[in-house]
Design a protein. Structure first.
Length: 334
């Protein structure tokens, strides 16, 4: 599989390409259960995410966590009773200063108490997989319904001009029943944790492809060396990102990577794709000038969406984490 996003003017054949976030949340309820990484179809999954993102990054941003949640539940061999089989899911694993979500167990089972930050689409999803602190100091993963009593969405403003359809706010859980998914610590230590991170990078890549298509349309037929230089550099970067994703998909499906190898692979791929995306945003802006940003809503939205979305890569902090892991290893990897 070459991981080439299907042009947005054509549907994939196996999955129709939703055009809005609401359409996407309705559509994913009916998608097949085999859109998961590590089972032979990883490239197909990431190509789908790239295709959605090349059309509209917000659509991809809505779909990716749902597919990730289904993959997590499948890997854990769990079918939670907190939501229907056709529920829409989120994955909330972020931490933040000044807030904390605790899981406590009583005679009736596990319950969540506290606040979880960065909960995207909490007002529209049916359920979520959330990480919470355990009494012994560890962390566990829990399935929880988002439409029941005791669940309150925060009112923090979403000031970003990108991903405006995907506001991320805090959610307060007041003694809300929850079901454990996997053993304590399982969520963060399983190799599949890193496959989800690469799936996010596939979305970034698709967003950059959408920008590159606009550049190609603006350059085609023009005899301008500087425009051609930008187009050539964009193509070079996208091919590097595509190859990184394609190689990663093959390695994931081979099933030979342990958790540490998976972590290194994900950090490398995410860094490669993020750097390419940032370069594409810059070069497309330099080549096309301000007019598309000011006069073309679709283009301006795609730029803003990608700039927000790609910041899920923590830039130099993630580079430092990768470097620290390599420095601690016994031999150079090259």
């Amino acid at each position: 599989m070459l991981l080439d996003p299907v042009p947005p003017t054509r549907d994939r054949g196996d999955v129709d390409v939703p055009r809005t976030v609401d359409d996407a949340l309705a559509a994913v309820r009916t998608w097949s259960d085999d859109l998961v990484p590590g089972t032979g179809g990883t490239a197909r999954l990431w190509e789908l995410l790239g295709t959605l993102a090349a059309s509209d990054l917000a659509v991809a941003r809505a779909v990716e966590p749902h597919l990730d949640a289904r993959a997590i539940l499948g890997q854990a061999a769990v079918r939670p009773t907190v939501a229907r089989d056709d529920a829409t899911w989120g994955v909330y694993a972020a931490e933040g200063p000044g807030v904390r979500l605790d899981a406590v167990e009583d005679d009736d089972g596990w319950r969540l108490r506290g606040v979880k930050p960065w909960c995207s689409l909490a007002d529209r999803l049916d359920a979520a997989l959330v990480t919470a602190h355990l009494p012994d100091g560890g962390r566990g993963l829990f399935a929880v319904a988002l439409r029941g009593s005791g669940v309150t969405r925060g009112d923090e403003p979403w000031a970003a001009r990108g991903l405006v359809e995907i506001p991320s706010t805090s959610v307060r859980f007041d003694d809300v029943p929850a079901e454990p998914v996997g053993a304590p610590g399982w969520y963060l230590t399983r190799p599949g944790f890193w496959w989800g991170g690469i799936g996010v990078a596939a979305c970034w890549y698709g967003g950059a492809v959408g920008l590159a298509r606009r550049l190609h349309a603006g350059v085609r037929g023009k005899d301008a060396a500087l425009l051609h230089a930008h187009l050539g550099a964009v193509d070079e970067g996208l091919q590097s990102a595509r190859r990184a994703l394609a190689e990663a998909a093959a390695l994931v499906d081979a099933g030979t990577l342990d958790a540490e190898a998976g972590r290194l692979l994900a950090k490398r791929v995410r860094a490669t794709v993020a750097r390419v995306c940032e370069d594409v945003v810059t070069r497309v802006g330099h080549a096309l000038g301000p007019a598309p940003l000011a006069l073309e809503p679709e283009h301006a939205k795609r730029v803003a969406d990608l700039q927000v979305y790609v910041r899920q890569h923590h830039a130099e902090r993630d580079d430092a984490s990768l470097g620290a892991a390599l420095a601690a290893s016994g031999e150079a990897p090259w």
